[in-house]
Write a protein that binds this ligand. Structure first.
Ligand SMILES: [Zn+2]
Length: 216
């Protein structure tokens, strides 16, 4: 399916890079930045009194919280994946890390979705520290996302930066925008996966990967 593959690659390429910024663009972004006054206006629009005790510091808290939840825009995924090759040349088995926490926000409602990811790869001489995989997930999750793209971006970046023989990502998340509105059953997980390299073609490898990433 070459057409599908190139589309996925294009989407991953355009979304994963840190947006280019000129001085002028930064100035525009600062001038247009959504700040405390805007959060107060939102509270008023919702029917609240932004001057009551419990809400006085909410605008500043929200500004800081959203800076944290979207910190991934300022991070370069390629820089996170510093690789090393000591002793991994002869390692010819799948490396799988399970239950990597995922905290993100859906781009349709700005509502949280959260769960965990399993990442596996078949190294071709280069391996990556396990904590780097967690940071890679964080870097993409701390942006506005859809779960499908988040899954693809993680897999695609690992394929490009690590050049393994195979890479697979399985992600299981609960979406509050769906659960709270009755679109999905409370606790229901949405499962997405991306399989690249030899995992695309080899059924036995895929079976092994899926058995290693199966939840308990
Ligand atoms: Zn949503």
């Amino acid at each position: 399916m070459p057409a599908k593959k190139s589309l996925v690659r294009l989407a991953a390429d355009t979304a994963r890079r840190v947006p280019p910024e000129s001085t002028q663009q930064r100035a525009i972004a600062r001038a247009a930045a959504f700040g405390s006054a805007d959060w107060r206006r939102l509270l008023q629009t919702l029917g609240e009194d932004p001057t009551r005790q419990g809400l006085i510091e909410t605008p500043e808290r929200m500004t800081r919280a959203w800076q944290h939840w979207t910190r991934g825009y300022g991070q370069d995924p390629a820089a996170i994946l510093k690789t090393f090759s000591d002793g991994s040349e002869r390692y010819n088995e799948l490396i799988v890390v399970r239950r990597i926490p995922v905290y993100s926000h859906c781009e349709h409602h700005l509502a949280p979705f959260f769960g965990h990811a399993a990442i596996g790869y078949l190294p071709a001489g280069r391996i990556v520290g396990l904590s780097k995989l967690k940071r890679l997930v964080d870097c993409f999750a701390a942006r506005l996302q859809v779960q499908e793209r988040l899954t693809q971006q993680i897999a695609q970046t690992l394929l490009e930066e690590l050049e393994p023989k195979a890479v697979g990502v399985v992600m299981r998340c609960r979406h509050l925008c769906m659960e709270s509105r009755g679109i999905s059953v409370p606790g229901e997980e949405t499962v997405t996966s991306a399989m690249l390299g030899q995992l695309e073609k080899s059924a036995p490898l895929r079976t092994e990967f899926l058995s290693l990433t199966r939840p308990d």
